[in-house]
Design a protein around this ligand. Structure first.
Ligand SMILES: Nc1nc2c(ncn2[C@@H]2O[C@H](COP(=O)(O)OP(=O)(O)O)[C@@H](O)[C@H]2O)c(=O)[nH]1
Ligand SMILES: [Mg+2]
Length: 318
């Protein structure tokens, strides 16, 4: 375990925006290493929330390529950009997709860009419990935009709404018919819908289909004063990227002026604290569970509910 002086030094270098320090601090927090809680405490205080943009949508729709474009767009405006790519790889292979690695290299050497993949470690749903910790490291390091790219399968598409302020939902023209069948939950999480690969056939139909589907869903939307725009982009050619960047700013301005930003931030913090509690409580309670408890259960001298209550209350003898 590193001593407090080491952690202080690491925290200071993170605050100076030193990228190797940012990488080290994120590893610390994500791997839940000894000392990581002290580091997390130190970094959270004194920094402030950054606008977080989430990218959801089916695998292959171009989220990573679009991320590369958004990085360039924001860098052009002089903003520092941090990217967290939620990665489906197993803890065994550990790394990012080759494609993500290549795109990282596009921006390598730029001290205003930091890209990191976070393995989901076989967890159901794409967001790791520690993604919030990684976000706080980026906030402390002075990044001005944070992109969270999800894998695009299952639950993470909905979970991203608990971590991001502005959610982009990315589809492609080829998905034409599927768009109409998009699940209601997905329609609700998207703040901006993007028909990417606009350089391919069928973009206009896809945009029209999506607008129609959204118009039907709009009445049920809890965010009635924001009607989610549908934009066409080509992450390949760069077409539509500036308009997308502007739409993202419009959404941020809407969040600020409507008071939604604060509400979303509280939702995110609630999710963060409950993930923390779930992890800590289950760990500490499991540590109290002994062989003799299990033997008592086997012998039906007690039952799992009663034992569970006793362990939660810190009783349960041995
Ligand atoms: N034609 C075309 N291909 C694209 C576009 N954006 C991404 N791609 C390609 O689509 C494939 C999947 O892209 P990727 O960004 O990895 O998608 P992700 O799985 O959503 O992150 C890659 O081969 C990209 O080069 C686009 O706008 N037009
Ligand atoms: Mg990707």
């Amino acid at each position: 375990m590193p001593d407090r002086t080491d952690l202080r030094r690491l925290a200071r270098r993170v605050r100076e925006g030193d990228l190797p320090a940012v990488a080290r601090a994120i590893s610390f927090v994500v791997d839940d290493r000894p000392g990581s809680e002290d580091l997390a405490k130190e970094l959270y205080l004194g920094s402030s929330a950054v606008h977080k943009v989430g990218l959801a949508g089916p695998p292959g729709s171009g989220k990573s390529t679009l991320t590369g474009r958004l990085i360039s767009y924001w860098r052009g405006l002089g903003l520092k950009v941090g990217v967290l790519a939620v990665d489906p790889s197993s803890p065994v292979s550990g790394g990012a997709f080759l494609g993500d690695r290549l795109r990282i290299q596009d921006h390598s050497g730029d001290p205003g860009v930091f890209i990191r993949s976070l393995a989901t470690r076989g967890r159901v749903g794409g967001l790791t419990p520690t993604i919030f910790g990684a976000i706080h490291v980026l906030e402390a390091a002075g990044f001005q935009k944070i992109i969270i790219e999800t894998v695009g399968v299952g639950q993470d598409e909905v979970e991203i709404a608990h971590a991001a302020d502005t959610v982009l939902y990315v589809v492609t023209p080829g998905l034409g018919d599927e768009i109409q069948a998009l699940k209601a939950g997905i329609m609700e999480i998207g703040d901006i819908f993007v028909v990417n690969k606009a350089d391919l056939q069928g973009k206009d139909k896809a945009v029209a289909d999506l607008r129609r589907a959204l118009a039907i869903g709009a009445e049920a939307s809890p965010d009635g004063d924001w009607s989610a725009p549908v934009l066409a982009t080509s992450a390949l050619t760069g077409e539509g990227i500036e308009a997308l960047g502007e739409a993202i700013e419009r959404h941020k301005a809407h969040l600020d002026s409507s008071g939604q930003r604060g509400r979303r931030l509280k939702d995110q913090l609630r999710a963060e604290v409950s993930l923390y509690l779930a992890r800590r409580i289950s760990r500490s309670v499991e540590e109290r569970l002994t062989e003799s408890h299990l033997a008592a259960l086997v012998d039906r001298k007690t039952d799992p509910v009663t034992l569970g209550h006793e362990l939660l209350a810190g009783r349960g003898g041995a």
